[in-house]
Design a protein around this ligand. Structure first.
Ligand code: 3EB
Length: 337
């Protein structure tokens, strides 16, 4: 039987319900504090308005899970896969002695150092997928855009952990939200993933210095194997060709470019897959829209490309380049025989 690693839930589903023992953690979209989250269940709050779809995503393992907290990371794991969340408040990061640099650099470094320490101690050596959220992502402080500050801290932590190794860089997203601390959630496995790049786009870790002093540390997608299932995680995908943002100011054209990029990533993933090919309509996706008034045209384009059956959730968030209006991240799974 195919195991369901990922499912969208309504915000009320947890109220009064029994905790599924295989549940690893939650992602929760909304400005209000999450409610009814069971004790010990890691939950990443995205401080962003949900525009359309179910606001809660649940991540499941293949067996009964155990919870823990270490180095500030709340996590649950099933022996093969671990879901964790760490939040770093900016005033705490700023107060940290020893480390220097702008505040998001410090916060990013602190969050990733903690994650890598936990993974080493728990034996989940391989990061599969990471979700990064921070407020005011496009704002400049200390002479540098906050996203670019974050990229420095993340890069330094990967470097210090010896993790800047080609083919092992995880899939990721990094978006601006309306408040809260720097929040990093992740899935990590005992087994490695296979990194996928997009032939239409320059690999992000090779972006030129125009986009900041340190390039962003992520791959375009990752393939991982869990129990009898292969998982494809597609990173946040924007209207970028080569390393350049295209179609400034045009949300429909940006969405079409994103679909072309997703298609190219799926073709690459299919080439590397141990199972059947991946196709757009089987994706479940999180869609980030900068301006809520673009929801309808963006949704029309994505419905055309992915079909009406695809499971999508739309939320309002800031893409990490000021000229980008839309970003789509996705996942799919295949049963391996
Ligand atoms: C891009 O392709 C768009 O910094 O972790 C997408 C996915 C983006 C992940 C990240 C950034 C990140 O450059 C932005």
């Amino acid at each position: 039987m195919q195991h369901d690693l990922h499912r969208f839930l309504s915000g009320t589903v947890l109220a009064g319900g029994q905790l599924d023992p295989t549940l690893l953690g939650l992602s929760w979209i909304g400005l209000a504090e999450p409610t009814h989250v069971p004790q010990g269940l890691p939950c990443q709050q995205l401080h962003a308005p949900c525009l359309l779809g179910e606001p809660v995503e649940a991540w499941f393992g293949a067996g009964p899970a155990e919870a823990g907290t270490r180095h500030g990371v709340r996590y649950r794991h099933d022996g093969e896969l671990l879901f964790g969340v760490i939040e770093v408040a900016e005033d705490a990061a700023a107060a940290l002695g020893g480390d220097s640099g702008p505040v998001l650099q410090r916060a990013g470094r602190q969050a990733y150092d903690a994650v890598f320490r936990l993974l080493a101690e728990e034996g989940y050596s391989h990061l599969w997928r990471i979700w990064n959220y921070l407020p005011r992502i496009n704002e400049e402080t200390d002479g540098l855009e906050r996203y670019r500050q974050f990229n420095i801290g993340r890069h330094l932590a990967f470097e210090a952990a010896g993790r800047l190794v080609m083919d092992s860089i995880p899939a990721a997203s990094a978006l601006g939200v309306q408040g809260g601390p720097l929040s990093v959630a992740f899935l990590a496995g005992r087994a490695p993933t296979r990194s996928i790049e997009n032939p239409r786009q320059l690999s992000a870790f090779r972006y030129p210095a125009d986009y900041g002093p340190c390039s962003p540390t992520f791959s375009r997608a990752a393939l991982g194997r869990h129990a009898d299932t292969e998982w494809l995680f597609v990173s946040g995908t924007a209207s970028i060709v080569g390393h350049q943002s295209v179609h400034p100011g045009d949300p429909v054209a940006q969405t079409r470019e994103i679909v072309t990029n997703l298609d190219a990533v799926l073709a690459e993933a299919s080439r590397c897959s141990a199972g059947p090919a991946y196709h757009l309509p089987e994706l479940s996706a999180r869609v980030y829209v900068r301006h809520p008034e673009h929801l309808a045209p963006v949704q029309a384009e994505l419905t055309r490309a992915l079909g009406a059956e695809a499971q999508l959730v739309y939320l309002q968030a800031d893409v990490c380049r000021a000229d980008l209006l839309v970003e789509v991240e996705a996942q799919a799974c295949h049963l391996l025989s």
